[in-house]
Design a binder for this molecule. Structure first.
Ligand code: ATP
Length: 463
């Protein structure tokens, strides 16, 4: 195939140049949900690359790429086959990792700092730029966590493991084996892993460097030092005062390889590739299931999709993220990495298809602006909003203020918020939609009646 492409480079350019510059626009049926962003990074072509680029960011439509491949038509005259794909954010070969960090990843850091679970996955064919992207993002995350811009004294610790099939190894302890065991509450624990306390950017960078040196690689058809395992970097951010924690997972997935690329491998490598592809397939079902669950919850529906997180070691380790019974707020970011070379057009299309399949679109209108704001707002901002919007007479600022009124907002997620109040012991949770309903009721001065006002009415100052 490569030979066919090489022989027809001139024809390929001619056919691509003759294409309509304003293709039929893709019609979106919705927009990204609040807790999940799927992006694509197109890496630059290598300088010694002999094939042209086959992936073209569409100039007339944001976040859409056109893929043009050359097809060996039975008539003997090669023709062009085109397809297009849409993601939530698109990063072109000119985009820097710093831009990706700012536009896509930076939000995860304060989110985890405040008790949420932020997860980043880099997915793509071998040689598409996953390790390049994740290793730089890890350093940028380390910078933000330690430069003093985030409020409050927290303790940060890091764990980096490498997962191949069901076997896990500690990359910060000379690849010592780690057992993945389920505890009594069903949480998968990494038994035998070292969790390193870190205090500054340099310590974090040194650990990232150390983990890289212990990562298992092997030459593949596409990459001389291909990562044949999933590398999971877990950053735990602990609040010593409340003993609660937030988690950040930065995951460099093993490269997927197509059947054509593995044809030359021995039986072991074939098995390894099959295991990688199965775990990636389970991951896809889990990410999509989770995004569907969030979208359903957003629209107030209770029925939850099945999330098969027990089917692979990777998703068992990430139980916090995927367990439908989990109550912790989560945000997930996926970077689907592609090599634009015409020689890689098949696997790149698979990656883009995978990215599209992960997207769960929320119909425009169900995701209103207040809801989006809620997901990102701090508790202080929520209180401010209530004061600004509670109509006349205004609801007193201390209705949801901590301590003074006895009601304290704890966690906000896309679907739920948690609060504690003096009169009802323990942490309670309510659906974010109900919170929004409360806001509307407050706004309409109808606090005294209705199901949704009951919980607020427990605040001394609201009664
Ligand atoms: N955005 C980029 N800019 C410049 N070079 C890049 C970029 N992305 C990747 N590369 C280069 O491409 C090559 C392959 O990248 P990388 O090792 O990150 O791929 P990978 O997807 O992690 O592969 P594998 O799954 O096989 O480990 C490396 O030489 C890397 O330096």
């Amino acid at each position: 195939m490569d030979q066919f492409y090489l022989e027809n480079v001139a024809r390929y350019h001619k056919l691509v140049n003759a294409l309509d510059a304003t293709p039929k626009p893709r019609v979106s049926t919705g927009e990204a949900g609040p807790s999940m962003v799927v992006s694509t990074r197109i890496r630059p072509l290598a300088e010694d690359e002999s094939f042209p680029s086959a992936i073209f960011p569409r100039s007339t439509q944001q976040n859409v790429v056109d893929v043009h491949e050359l097809y060996n038509h039975p008539s003997g005259i090669p023709i062009l086959k085109s397809s297009d794909y849409e993601v939530d954010r698109l990063f072109t070969p000119e985009s820097t990792t710093e831009q990706i960090y700012t536009n896509l990843v930076a939000d995860l850091v304060p989110f985890a700092w405040n008790g949420g679970i932020g997860t980043l996955f880099a997915y793509g064919q071998t040689g598409s730029g996953k390790t390049f992207t994740v290793s730089r993002l890890e350093r940028l995350v380390a910078e933000t966590l330690t430069n003093g811009t985030l409020e409050g004294g927290k303790e940060i610790s890091m764990t980096i493991i490498d997962l191949a099939g069901n076997a896990a190894f500690d990359l910060l302890n000379e690849r010592k084996p780690v057992s993945l065991l389920e505890d009594a509450s069903g949480v998968t624990q990494m038994v035998g892993v070292n969790e390193h306390k870190v205090h500054n950017k340099q310590e974090m960078a040194d650990l990232i460097e150390l983990a890289t040196s212990f990562r298992r690689t092997a030459p593949t058809f596409k990459n001389d030092a291909s990562s044949r395992s999933h590398a999971i970097c877990r950053i735990r951010i602990q609040d010593p005062a409340s003993n609660s924690d937030g988690l950040l997972y930065l995951i460099d997935l093993a490269g997927s390889e197509s059947a054509r690329d593995v044809a030359a491998h021995g039986a072991d490598r074939m098995r390894e590739t099959r295991e990688i592809n199965i775990s990636l397939s389970v991951l896809k079902d889990c990410i999509r299931g989770k995004a569907e669950a969030d979208a359903l919850a957003l629209s107030g529906r209770r029925k939850m999709p099945y999330i098969p997180f027990r089917q692979s070691a990777l998703t068992r380790v990430l139980k916090h993220v995927f367990d439908p019974a989990g109550t912790r707020p989560c945000k997930t970011v996926v970077i689907a990495c592609v090599n634009p070379s015409l020689a890689d057009v098949g696997p790149s299309k698979n990656t883009l298809r995978f990215a599209e399949m992960l997207r769960v679109l929320v119909p425009v209108g169900e995701k209103d602006l207040d809801m989006e704001a809620l997901v990102n707002w701090t508790n202080a901002r929520v209180r401010e909003w209530i004061v600004e919007n509670s109509g006349s007479p205004p609801i007193l600022p201390n209705v949801l203020a901590p301590r003074e009124s006895g009601v304290q907002l704890l966690n906000l997620s896309s679907t739920e918020f948690e609060y504690r109040c003096q009169k009802c012991p323990g942490v309670k949770s309510a659906h974010a939609r109900a919170l929004r309903l409360k806001f509307w009721q407050l706004h309409n001065d109808s606090l005294q009646t209705g199901e949704a006002s009951k919980e607020l009415a427990v605040a001394p100052s609201a009664s």
